[in-house]
Ligand binder design. Sequence first.
Ligand code: SF4
Length: 437
Amino acid sequence: MIDNSLFHNKKVHYHTLGCKLNFAETSSIGKMLSNEGFVKARAGEQADVCIVNTCSVTDTADHKCRQAINRLNRQHPNAVIIVTGCYAQLKPDEVAAIEGVDLVLGMNEKFDILEYLQKREENSSDEIFHSDILKTKKFRPACSRDGRTRFFLKVQDGCDYYCTYCTIPFARGHSRNASIVETVEAAKEAIAEGAKEIVLSGVNTGDFGKTTSEKFIDLVKALDALPQDIRFRISSIEPNLLTDELIEYLAHSRHFMPHFHIPLQTGSNAVLKLMKRRYTTEFFAEKIQTIHKFIPDAFIGVDVIVGVRGETEKYFQEAVNFIESLDISQLHVFSYSERAGTKMLEIEPVVSPAERKRRSEVLHEISAKKTRLFYEKQIGKTDYVLWESRKNDDNMVGFTENYIRVEHPYIKEHINTIQKVKLADWNEDKSAITVIY
Ligand code: SF4
């Protein structure tokens, strides 16, 4: 039982690092705390409680978390500092040892912050509360908004794939989800709160359904049947879970946008094997072709990691050639970072950090070329834009259905609405396409 007199008018400051899932979860924790009387500390105001929701996807992420905690400790010297999230789950002792940290909460404990705060108010001890995430079956729903229009709805958590370079399954546990009925209800709530676009988010989103014996495509169909005016995007989907049936359905759906984000990770079959990924480059290339067959103008973003152990120069070159051959719109390039406890640490040879950087630059250049080409192919076409916000200059920015960033002189009444436009030309700094009504 929470005694909310303890929390009345207490000031809380949130700091979130990492993925959209973390942001969605912080937002849900925020709602919970404000229901119990907490108020958000304004800029420059001293907080009573600081909550840091951490990420641990790379060593750099860990480092950024430590920096954020140190900064908060300096800015809010009297606040109770609570650290949760992936870094807290994976390395609780390391986190607890950082100066100023009062409470460390693992993934399972993340949503019970109020109980732990109450306990702390009662006996004021610094503690670590942390349990084995691999044992949990609990799915905690979460939703956050990015500005006024776009919402991120957590539909799935955890992962059962155990790719050799990845620690996420150890931080987030097994794949799990709410039911289709519950998820559709959560989407309806987001729409009622003003969502115009909802991004379905998860650790392995396409694996939705594991715990409820349902299928991701049935969730997509149920959301597509909603009568409201809403756009959906799928945050990311593993190639082996992106079935031809799903692609064909998405091609004719009412609400799902022609936009895919697919992790390839490498374009070398030998390295895919070392990573224990569940497809080959041939399979991946076929998926891209199938998307274009059904949805010719789809935006396709692809994740790649460079410099993993075992990626020799020959394999990297193979990957470059394969990626060059794909008809895709953008690459999200990540440099490999060694993670304690992963199988990849047994693999030789190691790619030096300087070489990882060089490989990353090669792929960034390919990505820029592909994005330019994709944008140029869309010039002259008609599309629907959801106008999101005003830029520093007098323009507003938004995205077309197939995720082209566009801009137009600001029209106040059009913000947060969908408008039909014609794509005209590049803007001055070539960061977006200008449109005409
Ligand atoms: S699919 Fe692989 S890379 Fe993605 S979260 Fe699961 S284990 Fe990590």
